[in-house]
Write a protein of this length. Structure first.
Length: 220
């Protein structure tokens, strides 16, 4: 489990394909100092396991599924990556609950300066945007961000100068990809609504009817 609060940006030291999957080496300062063999580290929002540590370099193995479902397969030496160690029991939850399991890969549609801030439009598949709500949370390359607005095929976020300077999102250009993970609470709610929306006559069915009457659930 992670929070979406990036500890530092690392650099890809090496990336290599293998017969099954790939190997990834990331140079790091703060995260590597505290990391041990077997630790879970979020790399651009993807939960990976440390398989080797060589000084300030952390090594990971990537499965074929990880390469298919995330943008890590596009990494090259020198690329910036967002790093976050897993949440400790006594740690602070500064962002939101992030699992490190990517739902889909999106694309930066545009970036626009708004005063001191930066508006970023993320093009995303409907299976992700259906789980987003205005003022809700979303993880973009592992960064916990607030959704400003959402449409069928895209959503909008605004990042402050600090976020732009300490995460890869501030350096990526339109057309580049980002890993997306919707808020896990929203996923459970969506599943409940879908399951119970079939017309349950019990207590949960009455709850669904009340939610519809109150306008919290819109019929398609």
């Amino acid at each position: 489990m992670f929070t979406g609060i990036i500890v530092e940006m690392g650099r890809v030291a090496a990336f290599g394909r293998k017969p099954a999957g790939a190997s990834l080496a990331v140079s790091s300062d703060a995260v590597a100092k505290e990391a041990s063999l077997g630790d879970s580290i979020a790399v651009n929002g993807v939960c990976l396991t440390v398989v080797k540590r060589q000084g300030a370099v952390l090594c990971f193995d990537l499965s074929d599924e990880t390469l298919r479902s995330t943008n890590l397969g596009r990494l090259v030496s020198g690329d910036r990556v967002n790093l976050e160690p897993s949440l400790r029991p006594d740690g602070k939850l500064g962002g939101h609950f992030v699992t490190g399991h990517v739902d889909a890969v999106g694309t930066i549609g545009s970036k626009k300066v708004l005063g001191d801030a930066l508006e970023v439009v993320i093009e995303a598949p409907e299976k992700v945007t259906d789980l987003l709500v205005e003022k809700g949370s979303v993880a973009v390359d592992g960064i916990s961000l607030t959704v400003v607005d959402v449409a069928k095929d895209r959503f909008f976020v605004v990042i402050i100068p600090h976020t732009a300077g300490v995460t890869s999102l501030g350096f990526k250009a339109p057309g580049e990809t980002v890993n997306l993970e919707a808020d896990i609470i929203g996923k459970y709610v969506a599943r409940f609504v879908k399951k119970e929306g079939a017309g349950n006559s019990g207590g949960s069915g009455r709850l669904m009817q009340s939610l519809r009457q109150a306008g919290y659930i819109q019929e398609e």
